[in-house]
Design a binder for this molecule. Structure first.
Ligand SMILES: Nc1ncnc2c1ncn2[C@@H]1O[C@H](COP(=O)(O)OP(=O)(O)O)[C@@H](O)[C@H]1O
Ligand SMILES: [Mg+2]
Length: 316
């Protein structure tokens, strides 16, 4: 199913969609945890879109991408002369986002000096503009995300415990892709459609061999990595089927992994396709590509045999 741009039939994800619907009706702060590329930002946007703030601003700030020296004035704004280079008064994001939602990505990377100030915003809904004593009141919904283990950061004293509890009123944990491989075919097809449309190509499907290879990869970069991989395959391919050869990065990586031995490691339909293709190839080969003979030997109707053989590119 599709929920606010997120595709999934996985059970754990259905529960997350339900949780998003519930928390959207409140102004609770939400902490989203999960590895990079698991969809944390997408979840934050979904919460905003389903909430009564949807018409207001949504700001995403990556706390690790902005240098420490700039982050405070980015968030709180500054007055003229607050520091060298502050030539004018400038509004911060917290000002602009009043009534809206702020998504603080990589929250584990905010410096200790700012953590105290963040706590105050969360608790009292107020902050001071850099270089001024004026207190600004705001009404902002906060969502934050991290791929770090904040509990560990608390132990190492790099993250304040009180701030952690303020941020973590509702916790949403996004599982890594390798733990929801039942979604892989669905996601591959979603991205296949997306990029064939974008790149104006006519690619109808992915070969069972390629799908099998994708399902044996561990996806450390999660859905983002998959998305990029499908895009590059759509660019690379010269036929209308995505083949193994269109995923060179994966073929190398998987080759270095020990082969999984359990047949159920592959999604059912992909496994069935691989089996069917091998079977039909062998059957036709044995019968010298005589369809009537092959259909008698395999006890499959001539019509079905022809359809399957074409489907797997064994006949044109
Ligand atoms: N369930 C999903 N269905 C479709 N696309 C997804 C899904 N989850 C993530 N994506 C896509 O994967 C990419 C990474 O998602 P993002 O939210 O930026 O991850 P994170 O913030 O955890 O690093 C984005 O392009 C996003 O659109
Ligand atoms: Mg992100």
């Amino acid at each position: 199913m599709v929920f606010e741009g997120m595709i999934s039939n996985n059970k754990a994800m259905q529960d997350i969609f339900e949780l998003i619907r519930k928390v959207s009706r409140t102004d609770c702060t939400v902490l989203i945890e999960g590895e990079s590329g698991t969809g944390k930002e997408l979840v934050a946007q979904a919460i905003h879109q389903c909430s009564r703030r949807m018409q207001k601003a949504f700001y995403a700030i990556n706390c690790s991408a902005i240098p420490e020296s700039l982050l405070e004035s980015e968030l709180f704004g500054h007055v003229r002369g607050a520091f060298t280079g502050a030539f004018t008064n400038r509004n911060g994001i917290f000002n602009d986002a009043d009534e809206g939602t702020i998504f603080l990505d990589e929250i584990g990377d905010i410096p200790p000096s700012l953590q105290v100030k963040m706590l105050r915003v969360l608790q009292e809904g107020e902050f001071k503009i850099v270089g001024s004593n004026t207190i600004v009141k705001v009404n902002i919904r906060f969502i934050s995300a991290t791929n770090k283990n904040l509990k560990q950061s608390i132990q190492e004293k790099s993250f304040r415990e009180d701030l952690y509890y303020r941020l973590n009123v509702i916790n949403i944990y996004l599982p890594p892709l390798r733990e929801k491989m039942d979604d892989l075919p669905l996601l591959v097809n979603h991205f296949l459609k997306k990029f064939t449309a974008k790149l104006e190509k006519r690619i109808t499907k992915i070969s069972p061999e390629a799908m099998e290879k994708l399902s044996r990869y561990s996806w450390p970069g999660n859905i983002r990595e998959l998305e990029n991989m499908v895009e590059s395959a759509v660019v690379m391919t010269s036929t209308n089927i995505l083949e193994l050869a269109d995923f060179p990065m994966i073929t190398e990586k998987v080759a270095n992994n020990p082969r999984k031995t359990r047949s159920s490691d592959i999604p059912f339909y992909a496994a069935r396709e691989i089996f069917e293709k091998r079977y039909i190839q062998d059957l036709l080969h044995r019968c010298n590509w005589n369809l009537s003979a092959a259909s008698r030997m395999g006890e499959i109707s001539r019509k079905s045999l022809t359809i399957k053989a074409k489907q797997y590119g064994l006949m044109s």
